[in-house]
Design a protein around this ligand. Sequence first.
Ligand code: UDP
Ligand code: MG
Length: 201
Amino acid sequence: MAVVTETAATNGVSTAVKHKVIFVLGGPGSGKGTQSAKLVSEFGVVHLSAGDLLRAHMKSGSKEGTMVADMIANGQIVPSYVTVGLLQDAMRDSGKGVFLIDGFPRNEENRAAFEEQTKITPEFILFFDCPAETMEKRLLGRQEGRTDDNLETIRKRFKVFEEQSLPVVQHYEKTGRVARINADRDPEDVYREVRRLFEEL
Ligand code: UDP
Ligand code: MG
């Protein structure tokens, strides 16, 4: 259930904007960004990658930016106040209503901080289930110049995902909000299944 988080004045009439959020979760290299891009072009939803927002933020040159850069290079989870702030700003600035939030929440602290600060409960969670061998091959195969796509950091990211991020998925499974997708397939095959969830939204 989405709640009213913002009001906009139009011709002197105040209209409430409802924010709908879908969390896109899955291990590093499970296909979150690839599938999100397809959903943007077909359904016009707004894609917010927490990792992309943090990578942009680390280029700011501020002290906080340097901390974010170090944490990403080590596969660690950035404190919630930074990430939730970036997500809230991006949601507000978009002026839109339906958001795919990709790669967040990554731990229980992230989840609690988001719900507390935005008062938004996600519509559902899209969870890309993928074996580590497949994810590792994809990460080592992509050449995006990321500081964390090296074998040492990849292994750390897998560990953090299993220990801290999977419990978030398990939390939402208890409320029946998780759509689990087999992501160990061709992206087109994965998308055929994913898109069905958005036709009724
Ligand atoms: N990250 C974070 N909090 C988030 C999202 C990302 O701290 O909510 C950091 C974390 O260090 C992670 C990195 O950004 O390992 C890259 O995240 P992204 O989602 O871009 O990539 P993935 O690891 O899922 O491929
Ligand atoms: Mg990504």
